[in-house]
Structure formats: C-alpha cells, structure tokens
Design a protein around this ligand. Sequence first.
Ligand SMILES: Cc1cc2nc3c(=O)[nH]c(=O)nc-3n(C[C@H](O)[C@H](O)[C@H](O)COP(=O)(O)OP(=O)(O)OC[C@H]3O[C@@H](n4cnc5c(N)ncnc54)[C@H](O)[C@@H]3O)c2cc1C
Length: 328
Amino acid sequence: MKDWKNVWILAEVNHGRLSPTAYELLNAGRKLADDLGEKLCAVLLGSGVKTWAQDLFEHGADVVYVCDAAPLAQYVDDVYAKTLAAMIAQYKPNKFLLPATNLGRSLSAKTAIFAGTGLTADATEVVIHKEDGQLHATRPTFGGNLMATITCARTRPEMCSLRPMAYAKAARVSGRTGEVVEFPFDAAKYTSLAQFIRFIKSQGEGLDLSEAEVIVAGGRGLGKPEGFALLEKLAQRLGGAVGASRAPVDSGWIEYRRQIGLTGRTVKPKLYIACGISGQIQHMAGCSGADVLVAINKDPQAPIMKMAHYALEGDLYEVIPAMLEQLG
Ligand SMILES: Cc1cc2nc3c(=O)[nH]c(=O)nc-3n(C[C@H](O)[C@H](O)[C@H](O)COP(=O)(O)OP(=O)(O)OC[C@H]3O[C@@H](n4cnc5c(N)ncnc54)[C@H](O)[C@@H]3O)c2cc1C
C-alpha cells in the first residue's frame, strides 16, 4: 500500500472542450491531497489535449499526466480504460477521482475493472479518514433514503466518480505551473472490439442544466404539463434553462433529465426561480447551491418561501406573465 501515492483526477475533455467538472475535481482533490501531504495530479487523455495542462496547473494541479495521441481523438470505452489502467499500473496513484458524467461513469467502471480495484460511483462528498488515510466517499442510496459512506480498504487506487456540481470550481491562480509527464499511447495494447463510427448530437434539447446560469424550475403547482410552456418563455427571456421538481417528472409532464434534487441533478446557477415548488428537502438538495433563489408560491407557509432570497407570494400564472411584461 505504501507504494501508492498522490491524488489523481480525470480532466475530461469532450469534443475539444475541457469539462467544467475538471475544476470541481481539482477543488475536491486539492483538499484530499493536502490532508494526505501528497501531490494533486490531473490526467488528460485525447488528441490535442496537452494544451489544457497550463489551465489545470492554474487551478491547483501539481502534475499533469498526458496521453495525447490521434487514436484517442474519439472516446471509445475500452481504449480509454485500458490506457488509464496502464497509467495507474505505472504511476500507482493512491486515490483517483473521475467525474460522474456520462463519459466518466462509463470510463470509471471499466477502468476499475482493468485496474483490479474498487469504485464508489456517483458520490456527493469525499474526505480522507484521519486515522487510516482511507478515502471515505458518501453517496445517496436506496433512492435517496439513506446516505452511504463507502470505503475500498484492500486495493489501490481507491476510485470514485463524483457527481457534477457537488463541489465548487477551484479558484484560478494565474501563472501557477507544474510538471507535465507524457505517457506514450500503445495502439497494439489499448484495443477495443468497438469502433467509433460517428457522433450524433441530439436535437432540440435546449440549454443543458449544468451550463445554465439561470434556471426556471416548475413543480406540482403548475397543475398541468402546459404550464412548462410559460416557464420556457421566462427561461428563454432570461437566457436560461427549464428544470423541474420530481412531482411533474413522475406525472410525465417533463423528462427525467430536467429533474433537480437528490435523485435528479445538482445545479449551481446564478439565479434559480422555483415556481409552484414547495421546497422539500429532496428538492433543495439539488438547488441550494444557487447564488440567488427566488420562489413563486401561493402559500406563504411553504418551506421554500423561508429559504428563498426573494419570496413572491401569488399564483404563478399571474406572477410570471407580470415578470415577462416587466422584462419587455
Ligand atoms: C427518496 C426520495 C427522493 C426524492 N428525490 C427528489 C428529487 O430529486 N427532486 C425533487 O424535486 N423531489 C424529490 N423527491 C420528492 C420530494 O419529497 C417532494 O415530494 C417533491 O419535491 C414535491 O414536489 P413539488 O414541490 O413540485 O410539489 P408539492 O410539494 O406538492 O408542492 C407544490 C407547491 O406548489 C404551490 N402551488 C400550487 N399551485 C400554485 C400556483 N398556481 N402558483 C404558485 N404556487 C402554487 C403549493 O402551494 C405547493 O407549495 C424525493 C422523495 C423521496 C422520498
């Protein structure tokens, strides 16, 4: 166990863009590395990705491991996972955090198998246990009814995929530098039976919740699925996205991917407008990180009215049109 050192994070690059989760993992990983007295290292996999190394140093990485090769231009599970497992075997990291994005969930599971270690998937909090230095990863379980803290006592690295937006982004320190370590890609070893053919972007999905600085979310108080059209108008006017509590998702008024909360997405927008949402703990778990929370509710006693920075008492079908009129 003593040979395994340092905290790694995967800096996901998707279609040429560094995922914002890289900064969140650097923030979470920095604390783990400092508590252990070890280095924080980021891993870049792909083609043309080395260019992101300086950005990672400025957000807290001490070392950046780069495997930059043309065959990694498109994401293929096995190829990426075998490459990562080979890097793990060579450099022996102690802890390894990956983002619980679509790519990260798939890659972390396969990598853990190839590396012969354990993985806690979709964690919301990671800490170092003071006595034994183990990674304690906490995640909701049994549909969010329990929080489970999971450890991986006998194998290294202790791997964990961390839910996007569970942590704030690391602060930037301009000019901070570190060490780049290049890892050669071996096309004969890192193979797959699967082949990348083409990438098809889904149409008409609107702004993703994770990218939106403004979210207008609707709850059961909308009363009908058509209510979301009104929210869409307000969201569009503010350049934001539409979200939902679980109630309208369960009623089939809106897709699950719009659900915010313990069993949905965690969001951290600048402005969150909750319309006809009562503010149950499971919903607030996904949106309490918003900079400004506005609640529109008929009931002044609804829990969200006490938590909101601005509580607007009234019927959302009167308040939202009035807001739209003001916005012009
Ligand atoms: C294990 C578990 C996991 C869960 N995970 C999630 C989750 O991820 N996300 C989530 O959201 N919930 C989740 N829930 C469900 C959660 O407990 C609540 O049931 C849910 O959030 C309630 O949704 P709501 O606020 O839209 O509805 P309600 O609680 O019914 O509130 C509706 C609100 O609308 C107001 N209202 C009604 N009409 C109007 C009007 N015309 N104008 C203005 N206001 C109006 C009412 O006063 C009321 O406050 C989970 C529950 C469990 C047990």
